[in-house]
Design a protein around this ligand. Structure first.
Ligand code: PXP
Length: 261
């Protein structure tokens, strides 16, 4: 359930593996990055084992599950192969995401409303193995209702469109998308879902999302790893953590914007 005093940071270390894979070999090691993230104040580690293994590898998942003390959030497509891997390593949580081989990154949320028959056995099997189940969805009312009906513990709200609006400088689009996320967070929490958010977040865009009371976890990766080139991983994560804390402290009790979802 939502608790406005909590805002966790899940650090996604996928792109440490992207850099490693550019040359093959072992360096830089995403497990070392995960350890450093823990020291810098991360509350969890997120890794996406993609079907094409473009960044995180099977052995990264095995090592993260065995060696990292923080909760592991495994992002995965709803496939039998990924389900078997999740059941083998028993991460703290599994976040089901849509996956297309040709996309550069996850391009949108799961269409839970359309895919509910396919998703139902994955949600049920993961949950019965004691793994918390999160569904990555766009901030749309119907997705929340179906996620809830499927028995998901968590919905992670896709912030990609909001971040694109911020980058485009279109203030109206930005305000509309933020209102959609605020409305979805409120409605999801009302249903009893735990609310997470992520995708594309940066120092510039995280504040307004962190200020939303019902959101209890942000998962952030690409920006942190990219910014670490300039500010170091430790300093970058600490700065993000501080920014989240400040935004949450300021935003608490703020009325939710109307317009919603
Ligand atoms: N949450 C989900 C469900 C994702 O698929 C991703 C990208 O792997 C993230 C969060 C992190 O996004 P970014 O790397 O853009 O911060």
């Amino acid at each position: 359930m939502a608790n406005s005093s909590i805002l966790r940071l899940g650090v996604n270390i996928d792109h440490v593996a992207t850099i490693r894979n550019a040359r093959g070999g072992m360096h830089p090691d995403p497990v070392r990055a995960a350890r450093m993230a823990a020291q810098a104040g991360a509350d969890g580690i997120t890794a996406h084992l993609r079907e094409d293994r473009r960044h995180i590898s099977d052995s990264d998942i095995a090592r993260l599950a065995a060696e990292i003390s923080l909760p592991l959030n495994l992002e995965m497509a709803a496939t039998d192969e990924m389900l078997a891997i999740a059941l083998n390593h028993r991460p703290h949580a599994a976040c089901l995401v849509p996956e297309k081989r040709e996309e550069r990154t996850t391009e949108g949320g799961l269409d839970v409303a359309r895919e509910h028959r396919l998703l139902e056995p994955f949600v049920r099997t993961l949950k019965s193995a004691g793994i918390r189940v999160s569904l990555f969805v766009d901030p749309e009312r119907v997705q929340l209702y179906v996620a809830h009906a499927l028995g998901a513990d968590v919905v992670e709200l896709h912030t990609g469109t909001y971040c694109e609006a911020a980058q485009s400088g279109d203030r109206n689009a930005l305000a509309a998308e933020l209102a959609r996320i605020e409305g979805a967070a409120e409605e999801g929490a009302r249903l009893g879902l735990e609310i997470h958010a992520g995708h594309g977040l940066s120092f510039e865009t995280t504040g307004p999302i962190a200020a939303i009371d019902q959101i209890v976890e942000l998962n952030i990766g690409h920006f942190l790893v990219g910014e670490a080139i300039f500010g170091g991983l430790d300093g970058t994560i600490r700065r993000m953590r501080m920014l989240m804390n400040e935004a949450r402290a300021k935003g608490q009790g703020r009325p939710v914007a109307s317009g919603g979802i």
